[in-house]
Write a protein that binds this ligand. Structure first.
Ligand code: ADP
Length: 443
């Protein structure tokens, strides 16, 4: 990356130096030729007016330099005088563009290859009062020699600019990449002292946010693993202890039955626990959305009521189902599980003689499901946390009633996967109501 940025910066520098020099040369050339044209015109006009002056007041010799050539022609273009060549050898100049123009309009200008000197030359011709033509000219080689003299200066300046650019490019890439490297070393370190380029701030913030999320996730996973091990350990210790007693013949016949019952209870608990853990990891990794279909929540609730009626009767709790048929988009097994966990909690954290009510209402833009109970309620300090994995307000009550501490975590997961939202109202001693709002299915 460093090399690439540096290469591109140097390329841009070289290109801009070359382009700048070319444009300077072009402008220079234009100004210079204009200058030559004006000089030739002025000289031609001055020389042209001399024929009216006192003879010898201005000598033609004053104007004759190596660079300047003066030619005098009569009205039909025959050469009467030439300052650099013997005029007798010169052909008729009447056809030359500058002479033609001068004969027609009074003056003419041309740039072309001189037949006499085989070099490019600038010509300016004016018509004299006697009808003849005075022409002054200058060779282009003189002009190009001026350009040639500028080339070393330009080349040195260009090389110096390119060299400077190479240095600056190196410095810029080093400082930019150096900053990114420093940033990479300090991911998650929100130290404001690390000099921040404002353009990189959103990038740094996103990386820091993701870094925090990764750390948080890792912490949650670590806690979860520790909790799982702990939760598995308790029933396994019981099973191992009782089976050891039976194995050593230390249990009477009556004890064996009691111990077998405990072993059975704890192994069932292990199965439920493992089932819940597997379910959560499935919900974490699986993308079930492809299998979603319109599911009638009321039908699901009816099944759920029939599955839990016996358990409710045991606790002297009644289950009521209110509302109407309503379709939501989701996975039927997931929705059953969600409702089962909610009603099951309503029964388990209730008082004898209490009730659990399921209500399904179809609103204009959403489907509303509520599960309310007349149970023990949840005090405010626990309300936020009961959806966390393994969080229980009263551990022994949860365990005695067959809870794993994972039911509401599974509910929350399913709600999120179904694009629904969840809210909780509860009053200790009076009861709890959990409301879930589903978006209406488009089917
Ligand atoms: P558990 O298997 O322990 O019931 P959950 O995740 O279903 O686990 O619930 C977490 C905790 O939230 C429970 O241990 C209980 O303390 C509390 N809780 C859940 N539902 C209710 C309810 N309807 N009434 C009172 N407390 C509840």
């Amino acid at each position: 990356m460093k090399k690439k940025i540096r290469k591109q910066l140097i390329l841009i520098a070289v290109l801009s130096v070359v382009l700048t020099m070319l444009s300077v040369l072009l402008v220079f050339y234009h100004v210079f030729t204009q200058q030559v044209k004006h000089e030739l015109r002025d000289t031609a006009h001055i020389l042209g007016t001399m024929e009216n002056r006192e003879p010898g007041s201005i000598s033609e010799q004053d104007y004759l330099t190596e660079e300047l050539r003066i030619t005098i022609l009569d009205e039909d273009g025959s050469v009467l005088y030439d300052s650099t060549t013997d005029y007798l050898y010169l052909a008729n100049h009447g056809g030359r563009p500058e002479v033609k123009d001068a004969l027609e309009t009074g003056e003419g200008y041309a740039v072309r290859r001189s037949d006499t000197f085989s070099e490019n030359a600038y010509y300016y011709a004016v018509k004299l009062n006697n009808g003849g033509i005075l022409r002054v000219s200058r060779q282009a080689s003189n002009i190009f020699s001026v350009f040639l003299s500028t080339i070393p200066v330009m080349a040195i300046t260009g090389a110096a600019v390119v060299f400077l650019c190479v240095l600056v490019a190196g410095f810029l890439t080093r400082s930019l990449i150096g900053y990114i490297e420093k940033m990479a070393e300090n991911v998650g370190n929100n130290d404001e002292n690390i000099h921040t380029y404002s353009e990189l701030k959103p990038f740094v913030e996103t990386i820091n946010r993701q870094h925090e999320a990764i750390i948080k996730n890792a912490r949650i996973r670590q806690e979860f693993t520790a909790n799982v091990s702990h939760e598995l350990k308790t029933p396994l210790t019981v099973i191992s202890g009782y089976s050891e007693l039976i194995e050593n013949g230390m249990a009477s016949d009556a004890d064996v039955v009691r111990f077998a019952k405990e072993i059975h209870k704890n192994s069932s608990r292990l199965l439920v626990l493992i089932n819940d853990i597997l379910r959560l990891s499935e919900l974490d990794t699986e993308s079930l959305k492809a299998t979603y279909e319109p599911v009638d929540l009321y039908d699901v609730a009816k099944d759920c009521v029939s599955m839990l009626t016996l358990k409710a009767k045991d606790g002297n709790i009644s289950i009521l189902l209110k509302g109407q048929n309503a379709l939501v988009n989701g996975d039927r097994r997931m929705l059953e599980e969600m409702l089962y966990n909610l009603v099951d909690n309503g029964i388990r954290y209730n008082e004898p003689g209490g009730s659990v009510t399921i209500d399904i209402e179809e609103k204009k833009e959403e489907i509303l499901l509520s599960v309310s109970d007349t149970g023990i309620g949840i005090s405010p300090e626990h309300r936020e946390r009961i959806f966390e994995r393994f969080y229980r307000v009263d551990k022994s009550r949860s365990r005695e009633t067959g809870g794993t501490g994972l039911g509401l975590a599974i509910v929350k997961h399913i709600v999120e996967n179904t694009d629904a939202s969840l809210s909780l109202e509860s009053e200790p001693g009076k009861g709890t109501c959990i409301r879930i709002i589903f978006p209406k299915t488009t089917a």
